[in-house]
Design a protein around this ligand. Structure first.
Ligand SMILES: [Zn+2]
Length: 123
């Protein structure tokens, strides 16, 4: 599904910038949770018997799940931004990312170059 509404509201360049910033925020969350998993697993080897190790193991599992989810979101956002960036150059005048949204469906966007008025479909 294309982010036509967001691109129509912000313009491609601002949307792309925000997408990269948010994507790298997910990458940072992935790294922090990955470190938390290792720290919790190391703490697990030092903890005593009782309910504590199960709690630490549960927290490590939760941090591991967040790590995987954050990595998935990061790659998803990066690949989507890359996919749209590759199709955002006007073939007539060569302007990059300078278009306005004319129409959109769930699978494609019709855009118009702000420089020369050329229309093309991004899917
Ligand atoms: Zn153009």
């Amino acid at each position: 599904m294309l982010p036509a509404h967001a691109i129509g509201r912000l313009g491609f360049r601002r949307w792309y910038e925000r997408e990269l910033l948010l994507g790298h925020g997910w990458l940072i969350a992935c790294l922090i949770c990955g470190f938390a998993v290792f720290a919790l697993l190391e703490d697990l080897s030092h903890s005593s018997a009782g309910f504590g190790p199960a709690l630490v193991l549960g927290a490590a599992f939760a941090a591991g799940w967040i790590t995987c989810y954050a990595l998935h979101r990061y790659l998803q956002m990066l690949l989507r931004a890359q996919h749209l960036a590759e199709r955002s150059t006007c073939k007539r005048c060569g302007a990059y990312g300078r278009y306005r949204l004319v129409g959109a469906t769930s699978a494609s966007m019709i855009v118009c170059c702000r420089n020369c008025g050329n229309e093309w479909t991004i899917d």
